[in-house]
Ligand binder design. Structure first.
Ligand code: ATR
Length: 277
């Protein structure tokens, strides 16, 4: 049986084994998928040992996405743009690395949430790895405008300058939260780590345009602090990142197996599990 795994630290609560087991059942693919606790020092050795023992591929999660980037023999364009890797494929000519996070976000927004991005005004909150990982795929959808806002404004400006050469059709700006005063957006995406400490990025309440969608890349049993703040400020819709998680997994599964699983049922089951605790 072909072996796959997710590696991270911590890893015990990863939903990836459950998601990939559901994809395998649904598509009739014979594979196993396990969770591996990566040692803080020794990521590369652990990955190589898994590949040597017959592993075909791995998902990589926090805090190893940059280590995976460094380990790769072949980087996809998506991984290069993201500067990070979440999917490894072990092939005869070495380790192939890709990043499916951005694709997962775009699929969740455009297909699951029926929120096309072309021509839209998009606000991306945060300028860390999570924001960098999705910026190129976001720009590729052809929004009218993308603004990156961050607690540390210089990081937002740096990120925007790094991606400016890849941005041909959208207005692209970066700065602090204060600079958002007087602007409104159609799609607002929280890529900060603020939800981890139950905080919402301090965006002005007036940034939500009519019909605006607030999207938090984090998820939980309850709405995140950002989604609660957005609802309070009048955002028409809110969604958390559970759909992104399932869609990035589906894209990894497709890369490995050449079969695209249907995601709606898997997402619904995960959501029910989260609610049940
Ligand atoms: P990740 O890989 O999850 O993006 P990261 O690279 O450490 O992690 O980036 C964390 C992001 O969340 C940054 O944009 C950070 O803002 P700073 O650049 O100013 O540090 C943002 N962040 C973390 N906690 C936050 C909070 N309480 N409020 C607003 N932004 C926060």
């Amino acid at each position: 049986m072909d072996r796959y795994a997710v590696i991270g630290n911590p890893i015990a609560h990863s939903k990836s084994p459950q998601i990939h087991a559901a994809f395998a059942r649904q598509t009739g693919q014979a594979l196993s998928y396990e969770a591996i606790l990566g040692p803080m020092h020794g990521f590369a050795d652990t990955v190589r040992a898994f590949a040597a023992s017959g592993g075909r591929g791995m998902n990589v999660t926090v805090p190893f996405k940059l280590d995976a980037y460094d380990l790769a023999d072949h980087l996809s364009e998506r991984a290069q743009a993201a500067g990070a890797v979440n999917t490894l494929s072990f092939r005869a000519d070495g380790i192939h690395a890709d990043n499916t996070d951005g694709c997962g976000l775009i699929r969740d927004l455009t297909r699951n949430l029926n929120c096309p991005l072309a021509g839209q005004r998009v606000l991306l909150l945060g300028a860390g790895g999570a924001a960098r990982g999705v910026l190129h795929p976001l720009l590729a959808e052809g929004p009218a405008q993308v603004v990156v806002a961050n607690r540390t404004p210089a990081r937002a400006r740096e990120l925007v300058e790094r991606f400016r050469p890849l941005c041909t059709h959208s207005a692209l700006d970066g700065g602090g939260f204060d600079a958002l005063a007087g602007q409104t957006f159609d799609v607002l995406i929280n890529a900060t780590a603020a939800s981890l400490s139950d905080e919402a990025p301090p965006v002005p309440a007036a940034v939500y345009g009519p019909g605006a969608l607030a999207y938090d890349m984090m998820y939980g049993a309850q709405p995140t602090a950002f989604l609660k703040a957005a609802a309070g400020a009048g955002a028409a819709r809110g969604a958390d990142g559970l759909g992104m998680l399932v869609e990035q997994a589906a894209e990894s599964f497709f890369l490995w197996r050449g079969v695209r699983p249907a995601t709606a049922e898997v997402l619904a089951a995960l959501r029910a599990g989260l609610r049940a605790g």
